[in-house]
Design a protein around this ligand. Sequence first.
Ligand SMILES: [Zn+2]
Length: 118
Amino acid sequence: MTAYKLSDHVGNKQIAVFQRYVAGVLWYETDCTYFEFPVPADELDGASVKAREPASMFIRWIKRHMSMIEREKTAQAAPKCIGCGDPIPSGVAGYCTEECCDRFEGNNSVATETEPTE
Ligand SMILES: [Zn+2]
């Protein structure tokens, strides 16, 4: 996969082309980098959008979708905590945090903050 930067998607007078509308979300694709991204209709605040718009107009949603993809990639690459199953960003296999490790081993000397249930 080619690693595009935000400027690759929105620069060069690139056009975002409308693809489809699904469940309140408009999907657009940039015409050169073929980057597909969702634009929730309710976030347009009543603005009118055409089938072809300058990609730079959607910079906010392109940015968001790029970081979402980046986060997913990181989450898939990271090993999972053997205590809670969360991805470990540091990449070191084991427990995600000291607290998680202590909780998992039933060490009650560690004060755990729990929300009152009532
Ligand atoms: Zn954990």
